[in-house]
Ligand binder design. Structure first.
Ligand code: SF4
Ligand code: SF4
Ligand code: SF4
Length: 263
């Protein structure tokens, strides 16, 4: 088991840590590294391109395969062109959806206020683009010089750390949800197991989900709950378009009421 974790770590160390999911693993590089150990082909990392596919083939002593193609042209280092996200700030409505979507916390802003991408941290993973309700995020070419191998490793280590911090925050948020959910739940247990074996990343703790209360609902409670659910859905819909503190407070009260009724 430990040797399997060590191999996953070595594979993960070669992956770009963009956490984009383009390899088919929605939760990012670590699940793909695990799947490679279990036999999946090692040429599917799109941002890594041919250099990563070749490095993995060497590490695993497997046949070299042509890397999965990117929509972007190839840079001088053999990897696809790096991109950056830019928010057209005058069009941003401050809905905060892009913040939860960004795996490396490269966006800052708060409810109803304009949001900005911290360009140095953005990997161009594109995950913030689909949730934006007003389509005000553009991708532009990253004009920074191509990274050498030392700065690349440094960047990957930093992105890995940021992603683990993001996962832990999302795990907490999942239990006490506030605001819209824009990304499917991450398989936190895999990251927790891996982080427990590695000093290089912050340890991730899986938080215990509250157990559903075994409450016998009478007909009156059932009707009451149905009404509250409808009100919650309506408020969530309104809040996903525009943040409003009064509505947010009403939503929180209704969620609390549901919990009190044992739902
Ligand atoms: S960077 Fe590569 S390995 Fe990581 S999630 Fe994206 S495609 Fe998958
Ligand atoms: S800002 Fe957007 S494109 Fe950049 S890393 Fe975050 S989610 Fe990816
Ligand atoms: S998702 Fe779009 S509108 Fe919402 S805060 Fe982000 S950039 Fe602004």
């Amino acid at each position: 088991m430990n040797s399997q974790i060590a191999l996953i770590q070595k594979i993960d160390a070669l992956l770009p840590q963009t956490q984009c999911g383009l390899c088919g693993h929605r939760d990012g590089c670590l699940p793909y590294a695990k799947s490679i150990v279990e036999g999946e082909e090692a040429n599917k990392c799109v941002p890594g391109g041919q250099p990563v596919a070749d490095a993995l083939a060497n590490l695993l002593d497997r046949q070299q395969l042509v890397a999965e193609e990117s929509v972007w042209p190839i840079q001088a280092d053999g990897r696809p062109q790096r991109m950056k996200a830019i928010i057209r700030e005058d069009e941003c409505i401050g809905c905060t959806k892009c913040i939860s979507a960004c795996p490396v916390d490269a966006i800052i802003g708060s409810g109803k206020l304009m949001h900005t991408v911290l360009t140095d941290l953005c990997t161009g993973c594109e995950l913030c683009i689909p949730p934006c309700p007003v389509d005000c995020i553009d991708l532009v070419e990253d004009l920074q010089p191509i990274l050498n191998s030392d700065t690349r490793i440094q960047e990957q280590n930093d992105l890995r750390q940021r992603y683990y911090a993001h996962i832990q925050r999302e795990e907490k948020r999942r239990l006490n949800r506030k605001g819209p959910v824009v990304r499917a739940e991450i398989d936190t247990e895999l990251f927790a197991q891996f982080s427990a074996q590695s000093d290089a990343v912050p340890a991730i703790k899986v938080l215990e989900k509250p157990k559903p209360m075994a409450v016998q609902q009478d007909a009156k409670t059932t009707i009451e709950l149905a009404k509250i659910r409808t009100q919650i859905k309506k408020l969530e819909k309104q809040l996903s378009v525009r943040e409003d503190q009064t509505k947010r407070n009403q939503l929180e009260e209704l969620i609390q009421k549901m919990a009190d009724l044992g739902a």
